[in-house]
Design a protein around this ligand. Structure first.
Ligand code: NAP
Length: 253
């Protein structure tokens, strides 16, 4: 995809592990300059055997649940040009699945603050930078829970649906010449370290896929070659192919 400055920085939340770390490595291997954000530093980035230029990767600590910190981070970027923002961080909440009626106030607050409010502040603060490098790109690693009923995961689903809706509003507010918003919905589960921690001991992960598949889809969207993918919501399939998800755009007559 042609942008005003294809060497401008790609910002990525959730960079420390899982899908976010896979995206960080894939983009750096492709020569993109990536600034990863998370509370903890991604491991192994100083490993000299990794096949990418370490210069391509930078990392800064950021706690998305702290709104002041998010706003400060955005203003600390100063003159740095940003061409894309990739949203991958997620707080799944404590414990396993439980009913909405058994979800404590602390969980609603923490999960929605991180996944939705923190990302919303980051996005709105960075929109001028993205548009200055038109077309700026936002890629949200969304979820089936943003679109479908998710019993036992009400706080997580609320947070993902909120962010999904916010981005649809932002996309509607801008022409695609200024801003391209993509929301990717994996159609399968991915084996990440977070997922390993959340599942019981002895869990069978054989149907879970490699997070690199999502990284491949992100890389394709950001690739400077070829025709740009039409912005919108996409289902990502097991071969990393994407098919557009037809969201309703009108209800009121
Ligand atoms: N795994 C799947 O099967 C699957 C399926 C569909 C969609 N998704 C979506 O894909 C994304 C990544 O999932 P994943 O499985 O890779 O997750 P994960 O392994 O649990 O990693 C979550 C990431 O979010 C960051 N994070 C959590 N709380 C944060 C906070 N308060 N501030 C800043 N960063 C925070 C973590 O970094 P720190 O702890 O270092 O801060 C970590 O890098 C999520 O948006 C999820 O909804 C995943």
């Amino acid at each position: 995809m042609a942008t005003a400055n294809p060497t401008a920085t790609v910002l990525l939340t959730g960079a420390s592990q899982g899908i976010g770390k896979a995206i960080l490595l894939a983009l750096a291997c492709g020569g993109n300059s990536v600034l990863g954000l998370s509370r903890t530093k991604p491991e192994d980035l100083s490993n000299p055997t990794l096949p990418f230029e370490a210069d391509c990767i930078a990392w800064k600590p950021l706690d998305l649940s702290n709104t002041d910190e998010v706003a400060q981070f955005a203003s600390s970027l100063g003159p740095i040009a940003v061409r894309a923002l990739i949203l991958c961080a997620a707080d799944y909440g404590p414990g396993g699945r439980h009913l909405a009626s058994a979800t404590p106030a602390t969980e609603w607050q923490q999960v929605i603050a991180t996944n939705c409010v923190g990302h919303c502040i980051l996005i709105s603060s960075l929109l001028p930078k993205l548009i200055a490098n038109s077309p700026g790109v936002i890629i949200n690693i969304s979820s089936d829970v943003a679109l479908l009923p998710a019993d036992g995961r009400a706080a997580y689903a609320t947070s993902k649906a909120g962010l999904h809706a916010m981005l649809r509003a932002v996309a509607a507010e801008h022409s695609t010449e200024c801003l391209r918003v993509y929301q990717l919905v994996p159609t399968f589960q991915l084996l990440t370290s977070g997922m390993r921690r959340r599942r019981p001991a002895g869990f069978d992960f054989s149907s879970y896929a490699d997070p690199a598949l999502i990284a491949q889809a992100v890389d394709e969207i950001l690739s400077p070659s070829g025709n740009p993918l039409t912005p919108g919501t996409y289902l990502v399939h097991r071969d990393s192919a994407m098919s557009q998800y037809p969201e309703i755009t009108h209800i009121l007559g």
